[in-house]
Design a protein around this ligand. Structure first.
Ligand code: UD1
Ligand code: UDP
Length: 379
């Protein structure tokens, strides 16, 4: 079986590590993987670091599209991916998540009848002002094999009319949907022991055995709106009066802090000894930071889940989430960009950490499950 895997943004590069590892360990004689990096993320600490650290094979192609408006960026990717699909003629194209790289892969492949495998299918925020919501809906509806990490995702697809008990042959008009667990859970289990051996970010930041809060912010709905970005940082400044707050800053956020917060407020943030603004960290460093944090605040999809994997309470800086199960367990709270709710939820979690983290993300072998199903379909 020959697959073309499309990656481009940080979380997709990390996710690809799990599938590539499963191929290397169990299916090397049966599966040929061609990796295409769209170049959506390109800074070393948003891309190369993950190849070096997570043993992901070097991409066979890099489209180097870089940053641009949604239309320009996606169009360049579609053009490049179409060329590669014509040349490689794979059995499947594998697409992860909901970024512009996912959308481009879906549009390019569906039009020339390359069957699409969508990993992380079915997730919905029910908020179409998010670019990701558009991307994931289009991708799901162009796919032949849909792997949903959660029951909620599987149920969303059922509600949208995807067939559930259908028989093959499977194709874009008769797709096959599975609920199979989360590939990032595979990765978190695999890399957490390695993270403790290979990184010392905790010591470097002087946080060993100290309670601290880990925060990430990068959603356009937060970074691009001065009022929302300001409210989140107001809450962070307040929390930092008592606890160190570590913020590995996404490049989008570093840029927009400068334009969307007043100079005086920026100075307050930079002067606070307890607010540690640092460049994006590697995945192993991130895992170590997550495992030792007392609380995690984030608008990231991946970081919400990792909080749960590592049994840490999470304040979600969004009005809604695709990962509804973790909110239902009480381990995460939707605080939006509301300073009072962020503070209230944080104080509550810092006073008493939730104890209940039922298994909702599978058994850590989602990648093997997906490869088995792809191989079945291919033969
Ligand atoms: C993208 C995804 C988002 C995902 C996130 C993961 C879309 C529409 N959005 O958002 O779903 O959660 O990646 O991190 O696909 N930049 C750099 N260096 C880089 C990459 C980006 O400086 O290596 C800066 C540029 O100013 C760029 C901005 O970050 O304009 C945003 O990058 P972009 O890839 O467009 O969107 P993200 O916000 O990263
Ligand atoms: N991550 C990382 N370094 C960082 C911040 C995040 O390695 O400085 C990892 C994080 O552990 C998770 C993934 O990046 O696995 C999440 O990516 P991001 O928050 O950029 O995007 P999202 O998941 O929201 O699409």
């Amino acid at each position: 079986m020959k697959i073309v895997t499309i990656i481009g943004a940080r979380p997709q590069i990390i996710k690809a590590a799990a599938l590539s590892r499963a191929i290397r360990e169990h299916y090397v004689d049966q599966v040929q993987e061609i990796i295409v990096h769209t170049g959506q993320h390109y800074d070393d600490n948003m891309s190369q670091v993950f190849f070096d650290e997570l043993q992901i094979p070097r991409p066979d192609y890099n489209l180097h599209v870089g940053s641009a408006t949604h239309g320009v960026q996606t169009a360049k990717m579609i053009e490049g991916i179409e060329d590669i699909l014509f040349k490689e003629l794979p059995d499947f194209i594998v697409l992860y998540g909901d970024t512009n790289s996912t959308l481009a892969g879906a549009v390019a492949a569906a039009k020339i009848h390359t069957p699409i495998v969508h990993i992380e299918a079915g997730l919905r925020s029910f908020n179409k002002s998010m670019p990701e919501e558009i991307n994931r809906i289009v991708c799901d509806h162009c796919s032949t094999l849909l792997f949903s990490p959660t029951k909620a995702g599987f149920d969303n697809l059922k509600r949208e009319g995807f067939p559930i008990d259908n028989e093959g042959p499977y194709n874009i008009d008769n797709p096959k949907v599975y609920h199979c667990g989360d590939i990032m859970y595979d990765n978190s289990l695999y890399f957490s022991a390695i993270a403790e051996q290979k990184t010392d970010v905790i010591n470097r930041l002087g946080l060993r055995d100290k309670p601290y809060v880990l925060a990430t912010i990068h959603r356009d709905s937060n970074t691009d709106q001065p009022k929302r970005l300001g409210a989140i940082f107001d809450a962070i400044v307040k929390i930092a009066e008592e606890h160190p707050v570590v913020l590995p800053l996404h490049p989008r956020t570093s840029k927009l802090i400068k334009t969307n917060l007043s100079e005086q407020f920026q100075q307050t943030i930079f002067d606070s000894a307890n607010i540690k603004l640092i460049p994006p960290v590697s995945f192993l460093e991130m895992i170590q930071l997550e495992r030792h944090a007392s609380l995690i605040m984030t608008d990231s999809g991946g970081v919400q889940k990792e909080s749960y994997f590592f049994r840490k309470p999470c304040v979600i800086l969004r009005p809604e989430t695709e990962w509804v199960e973790i909110v239902k367990t009480g381990a995460a709270t939707l605080a939006d960009a509301d300073k009072d709710i962020i503070l209230e939820a944080s104080q509550e979690y810092l006073r008493q950490s939730p104890a209940n983290y039922p298994e909702i993300f599978g058994d850590g072998h989602a990648a093997e499950f997906m490869l088995e199903k792809m191989l079945e379909l291919c033969h």
